[in-house]
Design a protein around this ligand. Structure first.
Ligand code: ZN
Length: 144
C-alpha cells in the first residue's frame, strides 16, 4: 500500500507529491524539500540528500535508520530510500501526479468522442512523456 503526501518546498513556490512504500517511513523522514528556485541556496550533503533535476530532498537519516529497522541497515542511504520507493516522488518527478491528471483529463474527453483514436493518443502520450522526462534527466526516467 502506498500513501500519498504532498509537501511544499522551502521557498513555498512549489510542492511535490511523495509516495511511501509499505508505510515503512513516516512523512517526517523528509526534513527538507527544495525546488529548483531554492535548492541553489543550500550546501549539498550527499549523505542525507538526493538531487533530482534541480530538486533536492533532504532526509532525516536518524528517522530513516530508526524506522527502517526491518530494512538492511547498511543500505539505508538517500538513494536507497528514493530508488526502492520508501520515500520517493509519486510518479516520475515531483509534480507528475498533478500534471498527469490534467494531461489525462484532455485525453479522456476524446475517449467519449472517439475511443479508438483515444487509445492511440493515450499510447503516444505515454511514450512521448517518458521520452521528454528522460531528456530532462529525472532520476526515475533514466532508470527505465
Ligand atoms: Zn522552492
Amino acid at each position: 500500500m502506498c500513501v500519498d503526501h504532498s509537501m511544499s518546498c522551502r521557498c513555498g513556490s512549489n510542492s511535490a507529491s511523495f509516495n511511501f512504500k509499505d508505510e515503512v517511513m513516516p512523512a517526517e523522514v523528509v526534513s527538507g524539500l527544495y525546488c529548483p528556485k531554492c535548492s541553489g541556496d543550500i550546501p549539498y550533503d550527499p549523505s542525507a540528500m538526493l538531487k533530482d533535476t534541480g530538486w533536492i530532498i533532504e532526509y532525516d537519516m536518524e528517522v530513516a535508520r530508526f524506522m527502517g529497522q526491518c530494512l538492511p541497515s547498511s543500505k539505508i542511504t538517500p538513494e536507497y530510500l528514493f530508488d526502492e520507493g520508501y520515500c520517493t516522488w509519486r510518479g516520475v518527478y515531483p509534480t507528475d501526479h498533478t500534471d498527469s491528471v490534467c494531461e489525462r483529463a484532455e485525453l479522456i474527453k476524446l475517449s467519449k468522442i472517439n475511443p479508438r483514436q483515444y487509445l492511440e493518443e493515450f499510447k503516444k502520450w505515454g511514450i512521448e512523456r517518458m521520452q521528454r522526462l528522460e531528456e530532462e534527466g529525472w532520476r526515475k526516467a533514466r532508470e527505465n
